[in-house]
Design a protein around this ligand. Structure first.
Ligand code: PEP
Ligand code: MN
Length: 252
């Protein structure tokens, strides 16, 4: 007898869009397992100078191809008003604001101004530092700009000391934040919390036990060759196996 699976939202895709082939192969793999929304970073906020900083606007055509040829929704990270202008011009379906941006009220203000009147879902990650008021303030600034469809991504926090995870999940802080915005879609990004593929399943399990609305997860057709976050990405096939083991299926 087929088991009853809980349905959750899934956004999946590579950390970075690297080239057309990688994007199309990954998106096709994800479409085959039922994913309807692809994430991929075009402008990458890297810690160190001289590392791969993304392909920038060049990648928009690959995202457009995924929309048109595969019928999938696509989203990317925006960190500057110029990014917002470029993605709106290209007709990208949704955007997310990253953890290194949500940490800065001035940057959030600038982005909120640029996003005013854009009728697309705007996802926002928690700030890198474990400050619930800063996280709340970032969402309030977007609300104040009149944005109606705001969604949350919990990606863990930088903390001092040694932890198994790349970014400490601080589940209680996340739950505290969540009570301030009841009803706002709340997703977990287990990839940036875990930092290592092997730890992704246990993070997902904990997040699901807290009844999150979905997972925002990194998937690459060839993780070991990824130009960023290579150790935390899963192939589409591995993602499918993971969802199965978690007894969840993808909500359309
Ligand atoms: C990403 O999603 O690839 C990313 C840069 O994430 P974060 O802002 O959570 O570090
Ligand atoms: Mn990443």
């Amino acid at each position: 007898m087929k088991k009853e699976y809980n349905k959750i939202g899934i956004v999946a895709g590579p950390c970075s869009a690297e080239n057309r082939g990688q994007m199309l192969e990954t998106a096709k793999g994800l479409k085959n397992i039922g994913v309807g929304t692809i994430r991929a970073g075009l402008w990458k906020p890297r810690s160190r100078f001289g590392t791969f900083e993304g392909v920038g606007e060049h990648g928009l055509v690959w995202l457009n191809e995924i929309q048109q040829e595969l019928g999938l929704k696509v989203m990317t990270e925006v960190a500057l008003p110029s990014h917002v202008e470029a993605v709106m011009k290209a007709g990208i379906d949704m955007v997310w604001i990253g953890a290194r941006t949500s940490v800065n009220p001035f940057m959030i203000h600038e982005l909120a101004e640029a996003l005013k009147g854009c009728d697309i879902p705007v996802w926002i990650k928690n700030p890198v530092c474990p400050d619930v008021e800063l996280w709340i303030g970032a969402v309030e600034r977007l609300q104040h700009a009149g944005l109606k469809d705001i969604r949350i991504i919990h990606r863990g926090f930088c903390t001092v000391g040694h932890h198994p995870y790349r970014n400490a999940p601080l589940w209680e802080l996340a739950e505290d934040f969540r009570t301030r915005f009841p009803g706002m879609p709340f997703y977990c990004d287990p990839s940036h919390i875990a930092g290592k593929r092997e730890l992704v399943p246990s993070v997902c399990e904990k997040a699901l036990s807290l009844h999150i609305d979905g997972l925002f997860i990194e998937s690459h057709c060839c993780p070991q060759e990824a130009l960023s976050d290579s150790s935390q990405q899963l192939t589409p096939a591995a993602l499918s196996g993971l969802l199965d083991s978690l007894h969840v299926s993808i909500e359309k």
